[in-house]
Write a protein that binds this ligand. Structure first.
Ligand code: GLN
Ligand code: ZN
Length: 759
């Protein structure tokens, strides 16, 4: 019989119970025993849920209190040494200090886990890092699972992935030099697991889906030969992409099973199947762990049947990757459109789909006749649904003439047209869009949403806020003003809620990091803009001041990247549809006299495919979508874009190709290091490198700002340099926001007079 299993389950809980436990504990509202007891109850519930659905074997070790990569560091006894903690005796409080920092140490750095929106805590490797197996926490979880009658499959992050995902500290050295010592520790971990009566151990090596250097690839065989000394059966899990190019290597490894992501990379089977080894399990990832669409049961079962015909019980079935990246339970959604709801599957539904696949495979199609019919009905209904396919949207895209994504004139001519009316001083000052989101603002938005505040009252509250923000910016003497974004609770949700083709869930939360979750919108149908979304607010703001007010929009790539996207259309097409909807807004803003418009694209970099060979295609359509979103504006209209918290070095040509008149970027955290790339690349348009870190409540000293601006002037000519913070100010309080901006303006003015006398 084929096994069904999961690589991991969402640990946050159906109602985000873990989030609330953690936050109560951090606020000292509950004690440690309550936190740990609550977390235990939750993971037990999740195991029982899997058992109830008929899963043969359950992952253990996926239910972290904060992050599974931090847990892996504890497990191998290699937590960052600057804290001076001992992994073997690590207390709960010390664990959270690693994750969240303390008075003397900043937290471990956080980075996105591959191309997901999950952030892991980055290991810190020193040339002389030592390891020590610390299996106790994992053994305790295994014992808990076994006490519930669960067949436990401990999950470990593979040694090569763990090393790769860490950063060298102290000196530059080859992380692979740590491998021998790390392997000895993994051998000890496996020996400890072997005493715990488990058969299988899942070892995740998602780095196999990246472009790995030859020496890292060559390390796989000796690594898994060393681990194969254990009598335990190892299931090597790959996911997030194709590992086809490594098929000969992987099928020869001395592991008992291999998991392949057949949702992201179905074609990779061709590389594996013809020479599938007699002695290996193939765990086929047939159900999408990264998206929310219901599985086409018929197609998945057909695929399972084909595989089963050659593999027999060597075939296991699973979701494509851990369900950590999927929301919890669709059944909780009471407000979703019923048709749309019938097209979706969250983690609990995906587990059920797995159960149905197994039944269909072993007891025949007739045993799941009704479920197959329901799945087929949903598929057909979705294919034909009028709200999904709109002729007007399709026609508009098809009718776009070539060159629609190009501005009328090249940047130098546009710059002249813009300068002649904007009449900005040298080093113009601006901000990135949002101003402090005070309790009052949030209360007004919430009351309006609940229907307790009527439209007129809400409008009045927001207008008051806009006026306040305009007056404060005037008093600070900022050159290009913003309206403050008080009406937005989230930069994607605000637009998604007003666009056709988007839906919102109540409980579709996915963990982003620690206790933080995000609830991405669902793009289910063709996207169009039924009415203006921001024009009234921007026009009101502009009516209050003679200074230019910058319109503020979220770009198509970012809206796409931070949503669950329909899987019946290429992402590039969905992105173009969003681009045209944003373009409608851009043209309306321009018509209404808003002639400086910022289109935020902070997510461009994170959309990059895992393998370099796919980068150009992505950058080409992403760039086209951005340009489409600001197409057809007059030369004199100034288009800004904003990006943050990413490295741009390797994609600068693509960023320049966006052809925004002005780009504002985050650079202050790296002391303008990021800007060096822009300088050596000779970025052609205007740039506003962020001069202070808006994530810190610290008010920057004027001499620091002076130094940063001097550095910026080293690489960017003064005529093309803007001065601004590194991101929006919505998380800050007013006193610090004002003080920091005042410092920024003071420094800029001094620098202007200095430049004037030296010219
Ligand atoms: N305009 C947005 C703001 O200021 C940009 C946010 C972002 O870059 N993530 O809040
Ligand atoms: Zn930003």
């Amino acid at each position: 019989m084929s096994h069904i299993h999961l690589l991991g389950f969402p640990r946050i809980g159906a109602k985000r119970e873990l989030k609330f436990l953690l936050e109560q504990f951090w606020r000292q509202d509950i004690d440690e025993a309550t936190l740990l007891g609550g977390a235990r109850e939750l993971r037990q519930k999740h195991w029982l849920l899997q058992k109830g659905a008929g899963l043969d074997i359950s992952p253990v070790g996926d239910s972290s209190l904060y992050d599974q990569v931090l847990d892996a560091q504890v497990l191998v006894g290699a937590i960052p040494r600057r804290f001076g903690f001992d992994a073997a005796t690590l207390s709960t409080s010390q664990y959270f200090q690693l994750a969240r920092g303390n008075a003397t140490q900043h937290a471990l750095e956080m980075t996105k886990w591959f191309d997901t929106n999950y952030h892991y805590l980055v290991p810190e490797w020193h040339a002389d890092t030592t390891f020590a197996a610390n299996p106790a926490p994992l053994l305790a979880h295994i014992a808990e699972a076994q006490a519930l009658g669960i067949q436990a499959k401990p999950v470990l992050i593979g040694p090569l992935t763990l090393l790769w995902q860490g950063k060298c500290k102290g000196s530059t050295f080859d992380r692979l030099s740590l491998l021998p010592a790390l392997l000895a520790t993994y051998q000890q971990l496996l020996a400890a697991l072997n005493t715990a009566k488990v058969d299988w151990v899942q070892i995740d090596e998602p780095i196999l889906a990246l472009d790995l250097p030859a020496d890292w690839l060559a390390a796989f065989t000796p690594t898994y030969q060393a681990l194969a000394a254990s009598p335990l059966k190892l299931l090597l899990a790959t996911y997030f992409g194709s590992v086809a190019q490594h098929a000969p290597l992987l099928t020869a490894l001395p592991v008992a099973g291999l998991h392949l992501d057949l949702v992201r990379a179905p074609q990779q089977l061709d590389a594996f199947l013809p020479a599938w080894p007699q002695d290996k399990i193939l765990s086929a990832g047939l159900i999408d762990g990264r998206n929310i669409w219901r599985t086409d049961l018929d197609a998945a079962l057909a695929q399972a049947e084909t595989l089963h015909a050659t593999l027999g019980s060597q075939l296991w079935l699973a979701p494509s990757c851990s369900l950590l990246h999927s929301p919890f339970d669709l059944a909780q959604e009471g407000k979703l459109d019923v048709d749309l709801k019938s097209w979706l599957a969250f983690a609990v539904q995906k587990v059920n789909e797995l159960k149905l696949l197994k039944r269909g495979l072993h007891s025949g199609r007739s045993s799941i006749e009704n479920e197959l019919a329901a799945s087929n009905f949903a598929r057909q209904q979705r294919q034909q649904h009028p709200r999904i396919h709109r002729a007007d949207v399709a026609q508009r895209l098809a009718a776009l003439p070539a060159g629609s994504d190009q501005r009328h004139s090249p940047y130098p001519l546009r710059a002249q047209a813009q300068a002649s009316w904007l009449k900005l001083p040298l080093l113009p000052t601006t901000t990135i869009g949002s101003f402090p989101q005070t309790g009052d603002i949030r209360a007004a938005r919430a009351a309006f949403k609940r229907g307790e505040l009527d439209a007129a009252g809400y409008e009045q509250a927001m207008k008051a806020e806009i006026e306040l923000v305009i007056r404060k910016q005037e008093a600070l003497d900022i050159d290009v003003l913003v309206h403050g974004e008080a009406e937005r609770n989230d930069m994607v949700e605000y637009f998604g809620e007003q666009l056709d083709g988007f839906a919102f869930t109540e409980y579709g939360w996915v963990q982003s990091y620690g206790s933080r979750c995000v609830k991405p919108p669902i793009i289910y149908g063709d996207v169009a803009r039924p009415h203006a979304m921001t024009v009234a607010w921007s026009v009101y703001a502009q009516s209050l001041t003679p200074r230019p007010v910058k319109g503020m929009l979220t770009g198509p790539v970012t809206i796409l990247q931070w949503s669950f996207v329909r899987n019946d259309l290429p992402r590039s097409q969905v992105c173009r549809q969003i681009a045209l909807a944003i373009n409608d807004e851009v043209l309306d803003l321009e018509n209404a006299g808003i002639k400086v418009i910022q289109i935020d694209e902070p997510a461009v970099r994170e959309g990059l495919p895992l393998q370099r060979a796919d980068w150009d295609t992505y950058l080409a359509w992403a760039g086209e979508a951005f340009r489409l979103s600001c197409a057809r504006v007059d030369d004199s209209t100034q288009i800004h874009t904003h990006m943050c918290y990413s490295e741009f070095g390797d994609i600068l040509p693509a960023i320049a190709a966006l052809d925004a008149d002005v780009i504002t970027i985050e650079t202050s955290r790296s002391d303008m290091e990021l800007l060096r790339d822009f300088g050596s690349f000779q970025y052609p348009n205007e740039i506003g490198p962020g001069v202070y870190d808006i994530h810190s409540p610290r008010i920057p000293a004027e001499h620091e700002l002076e130094k940063l601006l001097a550095k910026a002037l080293d690489v960017i000519p003064a005529q093309r340099l803007w001065v601004n913070p590194d991101c929006g100010l919505k998380t800050r309080g007013w006193p610090e926001a004002e003080a920091a901006l005042q410092a920024m303006v003071n420094v800029t003015k001094r620098l202007r007079s200095k430049l004037a006398t030296t010219v």
